[in-house]
Design a protein around this ligand. Structure first.
Ligand code: IMP
Ligand code: MG
Length: 185
């Protein structure tokens, strides 16, 4: 269980987290991204690929902010253990249709070192997609090791571990409605 203290900090297992980005700030930015995607893909039907598990909440808010037709599918990969990216990406599940001629938008919760998005980008690039774009709620520029443009980015954040709004620490904290960052002291 998350233990909420009077200063709104939360404890997940052995770690303490403090409030970082509020629900209203997130909703405002997600609405802007949805608007931008709606404009960019007007008259088309983009295939939104939700990268599980972390982006399930961001993606569900994002698609509801998209005002054009779109298709939503899911893919599950895993690369994190505890608070460290392993770089060892494992595809676990996908529900993808044929990608020929599709306008694909990969939706990530957070891009840290970028191993996950680079791996997925390369897989999709090998298919005859019409276009391939990346959406991510968060990016840690100081950790990012690749050059793929993040076409739809919510927030650039410092190189600290964050939880909430879909993001977890050892599978806990995904249900927190806002983002929290690690309390270091
Ligand atoms: P990357 O492959 O190093 O870019 O790591 C990306 C994946 O690691 C994300 O999709 C998240 O699932 C996870 N991740 C990276 N940073 C964090 C964080 O600060 N909190 C929780 N999960 C994270
Ligand atoms: Mg993820």
């Amino acid at each position: 269980m998350d233990i909420k203290s009077p200063n709104n900090n939360v404890q997940l297992g052995d770690l303490h987290f403090k409030p970082f980005i509020s629900t209203s700030e997130i909703q405002k930015r997600v609405a802007e991204l949805g608007q931008q995607i709606s404009t960019d893909f007007e008259g088309k039907c983009p295939l939104i690929v939700c990268i599980l598990n972390g982006s399930f909440i961001f993606c569900s808010d994002l698609v509801r902010a998209i005002q054009i037709d779109c298709e939503v599918q899911f893919m599950k990969v895993s690369s994190y253990e505890g608070t460290t990216s392993t770089g060892n990406i494992k595809p676990i599940f996908n529900s993808l249709p044929k990608l020929d001629g599709r306008e694909v938008i990969l939706v990530e919760d957070i891009i840290d070192q970028g191993h996950t998005i680079d791996y997925l980008y390369r897989i999709f690039q090998e298919s005859p997609v019409a276009s391939l774009r990346i959406a991510s709620l968060l990016l840690k520029p100081a950790a990012y090791k690749y050059t793929h443009t993040i076409d739809y980015l919510g927030f650039e954040i410092p190189n600290d571990f964050v939880v909430g709004y879909g993001l977890d620490y050892n599978q806990m904290g995904r249900n927190l409605p806002q983002l929290y960052t690690l309390q270091k002291d």
